[in-house]
Structures are given as C-alpha cells and as structure tokens.
Write a protein of this length. Structure first.
Length: 317
C-alpha cells in the first residue's frame, strides 16, 4: 500500500487561518473520498508551542522544527507582517530542508521567507499583492506572477487563501490523478456553502481557538435552534453575559458576518441540505428553516446560491 505523504505546515505568527483551512481541505477530502490515508499533515513552529494567528487566536501546533519525511511537502504560511515576524530560524530551517531534497512551497506571504532563503531566483512565484513592492525592491530576480498559484515550478506558491485551495487541489492531481482531483473539486463546489457552524466547529477543534468560548457557544446556540424559534442576537448575548455590541464584534472579526447574517447563512445551508437529501415540499423546508414564506425563502435562496430551491431538489426515486 502506498505510504501517505506527510505535509508539514510552518505557521508564522499572524498567519491567516482561512488559508490554513483552504490548504488542508483538499487533503482531507482526498483521504475521505479515496477511503485511504493518502495525506497526513502536521503543524509546526520554531518553538513547538502555540502560534498566534492574524485574528488573535492561539493555534496549537504538533511539534517544533524537525526533518520532514523524504517524500514530504513543506509549506510556509505567513501573513501581512511577515517582514517583521519571520526570523532567521525560519530561513535556516528551510535551507536545511532544501539540502535534504524536501519539496517546499509558500502560502500567502510565505514566499517572502523562501526569497530570504535564496530559493526563488528565476522561479516564477505567486506573491501576496501587498508584497509586490517589497519583491521589486529586495528580490528583483524573482519573477512575480499575477496568477493565484504556481504548481509547475521547483517551489510551490499561492498568493491568497482561495489560491492555496487551488494549489493543493493541483498537488492532489499530480500525485493521484485527475479522477480523484475532480471528485474533490465537485465536493468543494457542492458543499462549499456548508453551514458556517460546521466550518467553525472544525476550525475550533484543530486550532486551539477553543479559548474563545463566547464565539463557540454562540455558534452552538444558533446551530441548535436555527428555525423560527432561533434565539435573537440580544438573547444570545444575554445568555453569554456579554453585550449585543460585543457579540456583533465577535462575529464580524472572526466570521466577517453579523450574527443575523450568520443565522441566515446557516438556515440556507440547512435548507440546501434538506433539498438535496429529502423530497419534502419546499414550503415545509422553508417553514422548518425559519423563513416564514416560500416566496421569501426562494428570494433569499436565489440570492445566496444563484439558483432556485427547486434546482437543488433531490431527484425522485
């Protein structure tokens, strides 16, 4: 049986957590859809202790810097202030891994660290837009591309979170073929609008962001009662012992949504799941998900997904 490829992600303080989720999603789906462990992944940092993300959460890592597997992939993920937070320890680790023959890549501003390590001269590289001027000034021999990601060079690169997903999908295809990559892409399109509750629940489990108990509990309360009886933002805030304004700030800073917008998205995702899995009348689904009327449900559903609820109906047996 083929050995799983080990993917090591170097997290640098102030990294964007969305990019991490996007990079790992195709690997998790590859395992799930194939029924085999094709990929295993580890998070690492200089100290082996937690790393602070761009939104202030502390992420737990698996280990400190260690040699990767001979067949492994090493990815560097950093955020907007990489020039200030990347250290010589990061650079030296990359250089050691390069000498060992490890495949190396950069996500978001991680290309800056690879460039500091002298790896990108003459290598077409996808760079975060806020670093274009820096590369022009300090790394003029690195050809920066406007493409979101580069998977056909010695060093992988992706300039933003969505590009990280596309890059890793291309990586899966290079190792396991177009068939599996296509199924993963279909799954991402099909369920890319899953409830934010599910996404954030997974995020909290893997990241150490459990420390934000208020956000986690607010999500749990909404997911438990998303229908017509769903608690209001004021009621949720009261049950948490915080003000409605604090609750609004929590959702905006971490989910880029208001509590009301999050609840609507959750309701739509639940409705979409019911449409795909059941043959209930659309009016019943609208009522069960708290939309009040079929007309309102259809209008909001089309605005979110671009198609009518009927387009997502479970085919008749």
């Amino acid at each position: 049986m083929e050995q799983a490829q080990d993917v090591t992600v170097v997290l640098i303080d102030e990294f964007p957590p969305l990019a991490l989720s996007c990079a790992l999603a195709p690997l998790a789906l590859a395992n799930q859809l194939s029924g085999r462990t094709l990929f295993a992944w580890h998070l690492t940092s200089v100290t082996g202790r937690e790393v602070t993300s761009a939104n202030g959460y502390s992420f737990l890592v698996d280990r400190s810097f260690q040699p990767t597997d001979a067949n492994g992939l090493l990815l560097v993920l950093s955020g907007a202030r990489v020039e200030r937070v990347a250290t010589s320890q990061h650079v030296n680790y990359l250089r050691r891994e390069k000498r060992r023959g490890t495949r190396i890549g950069a996500l978001c501003s991680g290309a800056y660290v690879l460039a500091r390590a002298g790896m990108l001269e003459g290598v077409r590289t996808a760079v975060s837009s806020d670093l274009h001027d820096t590369f022009d000034a300090f790394f003029p021999d690195v050809p920066v591309t406007s493409a979101g990601f580069v998977a056909d060079e010695r060093y992988y690169s992706a300039s933003h979170a969505k590009a990280a997903l596309d890059l890793m999908l291309a990586h899966v295809e290079s190792r396991h073929g177009k068939g599996l990559a296509g199924r993963i892409a279909d799954q991402i399109v099909e369920f890319g609008v899953r409830s934010v509750a599910t996404e954030v629940s997974s995020f909290l489990k893997v990241s150490g962001a459990q420390k934000n108990a208020h956000l986690a509990e607010a999500i749990r309360l909404m997911a438990a009662a998303y229908g017509a009886s769903a608690p209001s933002a004021a009621e949720i805030a009261g049950s948490l012992g915080i003000s409605p304004r604090q609750l609004q700030r929590l959702f905006r800073e971490n989910l880029n949504r208001t509590p009301k917008g999050y609840l609507t998205h959750l309701r739509l995702s639940k409705a979409r799941e019911m449409l795909l899995q059941h043959n209930m009348p659309i009016s019943q689904i609208a009522d069960a998900c708290g939309f009040g009327s079929s007309a309102n449900f259809s209008r909001v559903y089309r605005r979110e997904f671009g198609v009518s609820p009927a387009s997502h109906r479970k085919p008749a047996d």
